[in-house]
Design a protein around this ligand. Structure first.
Ligand code: BEZ
Length: 211
């Protein structure tokens, strides 16, 4: 069965380009982003892993550990990394899981046989420090993901995990947020001391509380 939001992210042992890991132990108290790519030495995947490497500092600032996976083996990953670095001007410094036995791919339902019998689709799982799945995303092989969007989502997930707010369409860190419906306007007026802008009784904005 596929994994759903709120489920515990399955734990596993894996060989990676940075040694053997036990996933939950490797995550520690951090957030995590596990993302799959269909195959090594393919063009879109090369750009995606390079982009992730270029943004690794941004993920680290947010306490997010990133880890990639495909069903290729360690030798293939290690031969591919210099190409990624060369082509994208990056320095891939996060682990890539060698999942030639498809253990991780199956645990996380990353092979969609009607798309491809063999390769993983482009899945993303963002996992909280409680090891629960906070976001899933699935793209086809032909469409590279937007890793700045994933950073934006992490900003929203981390903010909304600790404040009674939600983030509107296209929200970016620093912009006004929405008071969740569970908080009455009377309580919101006391709680959100930076102010309340009431557009509709159910649509109430407040400045981002953690800024
Ligand atoms: C790619 O990464 O470029 C790719 C992989 C599989 C199918 C199509 C594109």
């Amino acid at each position: 069965m596929s994994l759903r939001l709120g489920d515990v992210a399955p734990d596993f042992d894996a060989n990676t380009t940075q040694g053997t890991i036990r996933f939950h132990e490797w995550l520690g108290n951090s957030w995590g982003m596990l993302f799959s790519h269909p195959a090594d030495f393919t063009p879109v995947c090369t750009t995606e892993l390079g982009k992730t490497a270029l943004l690794q500092g941004e993920f680290e600032k947010r306490n997010v550990k990133v880890i990639a996976v495909s069903v290729d083996d360690l030798e293939s990953h290690n031969r591919w990394i210099p190409d990624i670095n060369e082509v994208t001007g990056s320095d891939v410094n996060f682990p890539i899981i060698a999942d030639e036995g498809r253990k991780v791919a199956q645990l996380y339902d990353m092979i969609h046989p009607n798309a491809s019998e063999k390769a993983t689709v482009r899945s993303v799982f963002i996992i909280g420090p409680d090891k629960k799945i906070k976001l899933t995303l699935t793209y086809p092989a032909s469409t590279g993901r937007n890793f700045n969007e994933l950073l934006r989502v992490v900003d929203s997930l981390q903010l909304t995990a600790t404040h009674s707010v939600a983030t509107p369409a296209d929200w970016k860190d620093g912009e006004d947020v929405i008071v969740v419906p569970a908080v009455s306007t009377e309580d919101a007026e006391k709680k959100f001391t930076k102010g309340l802008r009431i557009v509709k009784p159910y649509l109430r904005y407040t400045p981002q509380p953690n800024k």
